[in-house]
Design a binder for this molecule. Structure first.
Ligand code: NAP
Length: 270
């Protein structure tokens, strides 16, 4: 039986074991998938041990995605560009790092929610690992305008500069968004984990905006409530979670599971 696991801190809340168990059952695959609580300082030793123990693949969640970049034997282009790894694939001599978050988001937006991004005005809130992971795939969709805003003024500037060869990204402070309007506003901050929504000037989210939070469950509630109070249509990141998991499953096992039944069952359980 092939062994897989998700590593993070905290990891108890992770829905990944349930998602991968459902994929395996649907495809008749024999595998185990555990959650392992791992502190950043323990990551290098844990990755070496799990490789030695024969694990076939791993997922990484907060706060391990950036630290893992330096611990992979090889990296996919999209993981290198993102500077973050969420999927590790076993190679004989070490771990190959990849990043399926951006592909998962685009698939949820396009295939599940029917959102076309070409020619639209898009705003990303937050300049951390998740924002970096979704920037390149969003640029590939050819939005008319892509802005990246954060609460620490120099961070959006730094990220925009790092991505400038892939396409134009307009760095903004939250305050500088005053008067701007967007078709899609993506919350890639972790504010919801502290029970908060990013503090935006009034009018940035309005009727006609689609709001999307990469978080799901309780962490998505503050931003979704803020967006709905402004008349926006708002979605959480549960669909992205299932889609990025399907991309990981494909990398590990060469088959892409159907996601709709798994997403529907998670929504029923929520
Ligand atoms: N659905 C999925 O599959 C999926 C995949 C990946 C990530 N996510 C979610 O995406 C979120 C971000 O993850 P990450 O890996 O990017 O985390 P991260 O690297 O720690 O970055 C967090 C970002 O949020 C900002 N932030 C934190 N608290 C804030 C507040 N109160 N107001 C405004 N900005 C705030 C930080 O700003 P500073 O830099 O100024 O501190 C930083 O830009 C998490 O909630 C994670 O669960 C979901």
């Amino acid at each position: 039986m092939d062994k897989y696991a998700v590593l993070g801190q905290p990891v108890a809340h992770s829905a990944s074991p349930r998602i991968h168990a459902a994929f395996a059952q649907a495809l008749g695959a024999q595998l185990s998938y555990e959650k392992l609580e791992v502190a950043p300082a323990e990551l290098a030793a844990t990755l070496a041990r799990l490789h030695e123990e024969g694990y076939a693949g791993l997922n990484l969640t907060v706060p391990l995605k950036s630290a893992a970049v330096a611990l992979c034997k090889t990296l996919s282009e999209r993981a290198r560009v993102a500077g973050a790894v969420n999927t590790l694939i076993r190679d004989p001599d070490g771990w190959r790092g990849d990043n399926t978050d951006g592909a998962g988001l685009i698939r949820d937006l396009r295939a599940n929610l029917g959102v076309a991004l070409e020619g639209r005005r898009v705003l990303i809130l937050g300049a951390g690992g998740a924002a970096r992971g979704i920037l390149a795939p969003l640029l590939q969709q050819k939005p008319a305008f892509l802005a990246l805003a954060g609460r620490t003024p120099w961070k959006p500037e730094e990220v925009a500069a790092a991505f400038k060869t892939l396409g134009p990204v307009a760095p903004r402070t939250f305050l500088a968004l005053k008067g701007d309007r967007f078709d899609l506003v993506i919350n890639a901050t972790s504010a919801g984990h502290q029970g908060e929504a990013p503090r935006l000037p009034p009018g940035v989210i309005a009727a006609g905006t689609m709001a999307y939070d990469l978080s799901y469950g309780k962490a998505a509630e503050p931003f979704l409530a803020l967006a709905r109070a402004q008349g926006a249509v708002a979605h959480d990141g549960l669909g992205m979670l299932v889609e990025q998991a399907a991309e990981s499953f494909l990398l590990w096992r060469g088959l892409r599971p159907e996601t709709a039944p798994v997403l529907a069952s998670l929504r029923r359980a929520a």
